[in-house]
Design a protein around this ligand. Structure first.
Ligand SMILES: [Zn+2]
Ligand SMILES: [Zn+2]
Ligand SMILES: [Zn+2]
Length: 385
């Protein structure tokens, strides 16, 4: 995240609606990608979810006929706010969602709501767990379903432990699920012999593998031994779609994290010297794509700037009695996959395909119902229903 400041000199944060030093009304303007002061001359107004529910600080043009900002318009279903406890849970969801969207805006990726773009848009359904049938977080044909209960720290931590995950965050969920959306839009209808699709298969495996079988295998047998040597997470081993979504999510995590470090002038610590740099070969694109040695080097330098800080992050959190901030080790195959994601996200983005007509639009889920039992294909079908 960038570092913002008020004209009075005070530091502003992405979530602020007001400058706490001079009292100016502030908000985030997604069109400008920055925090701006809200004045009668600014030509801007607040998203209605700010004054009405206190869950949004984004702005939109005053003459816009919409009352909600571009982030809130993505919501197709919001939780029942008459139910006690739902409002703060939803607020946390919205914060994480806006942070993801800000990272995408930084990449030049605009996401439109399904209402405005019925074939290529995206929608979010925030569903409380008590709904019947019970809901799991997942993605299907332009719609990301989010289990509201995931915003409850105790529930999310319990699920994290049950699944043996090193990290489980709301922001991670939003990044991961949009990974499925973008895969569908960018790769879903590409011919199997399209160079990007060939490159994808070489790195992540055959996306045509039966998802339900893969899911069953993952939850009955667990990840293969030694998965750390090739994957970014145990969950990534389940299916090439999940590997892509996990790698996409990790890429956005580094992008956002490093931007924040550098915006705040966080220097490399002494521990950074102990990190062995990744070899050049780990950052080359698959052979069937145009080779870009200069860009490979830029990518590696970028990645090193991040991983060299990782020991410092983890030591700081240990000093504060907190779990590791960055509990990941990047293997060389994982670095190659990140390089491919970087290529796709920055310059090699395929022309968007209409999500709704993408080949094999199969619902995917990233989380079994919390806390138990573990997911079954039947549960997955319920999500689709
Ligand atoms: Zn101020
Ligand atoms: Zn909003
Ligand atoms: Zn997933």
């Amino acid at each position: 995240m960038k570092r913002f400041s008020c004209e009075c000199g005070n530091v502003l944060f992405f979530e602020n609606s007001q400058c706490l030093q001079c009292g100016s009304e502030m908000g985030f303007d997604p069109a400008m990608g920055t925090m701006v002061k809200l004045t009668p001359e600014s030509g801007l107004k607040r998203c209605d979810n700010g004054p009405t529910h206190g869950v949004c600080n984004w702005l939109l043009a005053k003459d816009d006929t919409n009352i909600l900002c571009t982030a809130c318009r993505l919501n197709r279903t919001i939780p029942d706010l008459n139910l006690y406890g739902n409002l703060p849970l939803w607020g946390r969801m919205e914060s994480a969602k806006r942070r993801l969207l800000a990272t995408l805006l930084g990449l030049g990726i605009e996401v439109h709501c399904l209402n405005e773009d019925p074939v290529g848009g995206l929608a979010f359904d925030f569903i409380q767990t008590l709904s019947n049938p019970p809901v799991t977080t997942g993605y299907a044909v332009g719609v990301i379903t989010v289990n509201l209960q995931e915003a409850d720290d105790a529930v999310r931590e319990q699920t994290r432990q049950q699944l043996g995950e090193s990290s489980r965050t709301l922001l991670g969920h939003f990044r991961h699920e949009t990974g499925h959306y973008f895969w569908e839009r960018w790769f879903g209808t590409l011919a199997l012999d399209h160079p990007l699709r060939v490159a994808f298969t070489g790195l992540f495996g055959d996306a045509g593998l039966d998802y339900a079988t893969s899911l069953n295998r993952h939850y009955s047998q667990g990840p293969p031994l030694g998965w750390e040597q090739s994957y970014i997470s145990a969950y990534a081993t389940m299916h090439p779609w999940e590997d892509w979504a996990e790698t996409w999510s990790h890429y956005l995590q580094i992008l956002d994290g490093l931007e924040t470090c550098e915006a705040f002038g966080l220097q490399l610590g002494a521990g950074s010297l102990e990190v062995t740099p990744f070899p050049k070969e780990s950052a080359t694109l698959p052979e069937n794509l145009p080779q870009e040695p200069a860009e490979d080097q830029k990518f590696l330098t970028w990645l090193h700037r991040w991983v060299r800080r990782a020991p410092m992050f983890n030591e700081i959190s240990a000093s504060l009695g907190q779990p590791a901030l960055y509990p990941f080790v990047l293997s060389l195959p994982a670095v190659r996959k990140l390089r491919f994601v970087h290529y796709v996200a920055s310059e090699g983005r395929p022309k968007p395909q209409p999500a709704a007509v993408a080949a094999n639009p199969v619902p995917v889920e990233s989380t079994p119902p919390a806390p138990a039992p573990l997911a079954t294909p039947e549960a997955k079908e319920q999500v689709a229903a």
